[in-house]
Design a protein around this ligand. Structure first.
Ligand code: UDX
Length: 482
């Protein structure tokens, strides 16, 4: 028989017959879903399927997390998640179980949603997913009937086939007749998790057997999105290529923003014109202090590591992270130009999360800004509507020197009181009015807007000097100040 060659296809055109053969012919039954790992991605996946009417069983190693989820509680700061969780748990569509065995027994399609954290050299740490695959494999030993294990975690190309499949086969004692292995990356962004999971822009699956493509077509048949069927390696590469491309767009825009400042023009207006070209598109063209978050830098580094291992020299990919670091240093320069020497100055830093709308502080540019400012002898006053506790922990763990000069304030007006400059690092709506009362509390009425988030009604008010990153037209204001 000719080997199955995956290709780009609309999975709806593929036969979506049930996986178990004990069903009456002609009736299409949606397979029962198992989710291993109920962190951000696992929970989103579980909620997405449960909301679409599938029966989902979820397991996570952490007892406390299981207990909370079972009673319909999560501390994820994502709009709509708590309500949906309570509903699907209440309806019995999502069941939280206490072992891999229950997942293996009850579910026909099992998604591995385990973390793949970054190691010091930039590569990914496969230990959590390897352990999960071993446990699941052991649990599958006693199971009769075909099971499809789907890797949803972000893993470098080849991992599903070269690492996960052999582990599953060895620990379960099953071969490809009883065990399918596939890749199916997610594209969730924080703050829009439910929208992204319920209305994905595309569904990408990587399979090595046509049967598995059919199973996944059936699993996703209630989702309306273009479907792309590739090999597991192809699907894994789609995830890395997507994140690296988005990160490179932001880094590129940031480089243009530095040019725009020198040229005395506004990067927003330039990039809006650039993005009107339908070949380019308008999104991910906003300049800022450098991208943050748990994915962009981690994924770009992992891809670079992987490609270098192949002795290819990916010049563009290699430039993304250093270019991003340059932009953060550029943000330092902008703050410095607004206040002069930092020793003895007070900086109010508004917004500590890596972007507005989340309490996540991973790779937030707020940390390098705080470290730099306290290192230069400044006092720093911090505010964030949601990320304060996470940032406090991050700062503690970073062992930054001079943290005695850092204060967390409960409101923006208290944060800006006595400040020589207010720096907007994340564009929370709370900051965008920047009322006159705040300006009156400041020692000097200067704002450095790293997100260009303040509207013209504020920046043109006349009671404050606003320096906008990437906006060369805003910088003469600084000279007037001097
Ligand atoms: C990202 C991807 O968007 C998502 O598809 C993937 O699954 C995970 O990584 P997320 O990390 O939630 O999602 O954040 P995103 O909204 O993409 O922003 C990443 C960083 O880039 C943020 O720091 C954001 O402020 C910055 N950014 C984004 C810009 O500076 N300019 C832009 O135009 C867009």
């Amino acid at each position: 028989m000719a080997p199955f060659v995956p290709r780009t296809a609309d999975m709806r055109t593929l036969d979506s017959s049930p996986i178990s053969s004990d069903r009456p012919a002609g009736r299409r039954r949606t397979p029962r879903i198992g989710i291993g790992g109920l962190g951000y991605v696992g929970l989103a996946t579980a909620l997405g399927f449960a909301e679409k009417g599938l029966t989902v069983t979820g397991y996570d190693l952490v007892d406390r997390l299981r207990q909370d989820l079972r009673s319909g509680r999560t501390n994820l700061a994502e709009p709509g998640v708590n309500g949906l969780l309570r509903r699907v748990v209440g309806l019995g569509r999502l069941q939280i179980v206490d072992s891999w065995q229950s997942i293996a027994d009850d579910s026909e399609v099992i998604f591995l949603c385990l973390p793949t954290p970054r190691r010091a050299n930039g590569s990914i740490d496969l230990r959590p997913i390897v352990r999960g695959a071993q446990e699941l494999g052991k649990a599958l030993r006693s199971v009769r009937g075909y099971r499809l294990v789907v890797v949803k975690s972000t893993v470098v190309p080849g991992t599903t086939e070269k690492t996960i499949r052999p582990i599953l086969e060895k620990s379960s004692g099953h071969d490809a007749r009883w065990l399918g292995v596939a890749a199916n990356p997610e594209f969730l962004a924080e703050g829009t998790m439910l929208r992204d999971v319920l209305r994905p822009e595309r569904i990408v699956v990587g399979v090595s057997a046509q049967k598995d493509a059919r199973v996944l077509a059936n699993v996703y048949r209630r989702f309306r999105a273009p479907r792309i069927v590739l090999s597991p390696r192809g699907a894994e590469l789609v995830k890395y290529a997507s994140n690296a491309f988005l990160a490179s767009r932001v880094a590129f825009t940031n480089e243009i923003s530095r040019i725009a400042e020198r040229e005395g023009v506004d990067v927003d207006r330039v990039m809006r014109a650039v993005g009107l070209d339908s070949r380019i598109g308008r999104r991910y063209l906003s300049a800022g202090p450098g991208f943050g978050g748990s994915c962009f830098e981690k994924d770009v580094r992992a891809l670079v590591q992987e490609v270098e291992r192949m002795r290819l020299h990916p010049r563009i990919l290699e430039a993304i992270v250093p270019s991003n670091a340059d932009q953060t240093r550029h943000a330092f320069d902008l703050i410095q130009s607004a206040v002069g020497p930092l020793r003895g100055r007070t900086i109010a830093l508004l917004g500590l999360s890596f972007k507005a709308g989340t309490d996540d502080v991973r790779e937030s540019r707020a940390l390098p800004i705080v470290r730099w400012a306290v290192g230069k002898g400044a006092q720093i006053r911090l505010h964030d509507p949601r990320a304060r506790a996470n940032f406090q922990r991050l700062l503690g763990a970073s062992r930054a020197r001079g943290v005695n000069r850092v204060r967390f304030l409960p409101s923006p007006i208290e944060a800006v009181s006595g400040a020589d400059v207010a720096v907007i690092q994340a564009a929370w709506p709370d900051y965008l009015g920047f009322p006159r009362a705040w300006v009156r509390k400041m020692r000097r009425p200067v704002v450095v807007d790293l997100r260009r988030a303040l509207p013209p009604s504020v920046t043109s008010r006349g009671d404050l000097v606003c320096v906008r990153l990437g906006d060369g037209t805003s910088q003469p204001a600084l000279r007037r100040l001097a």
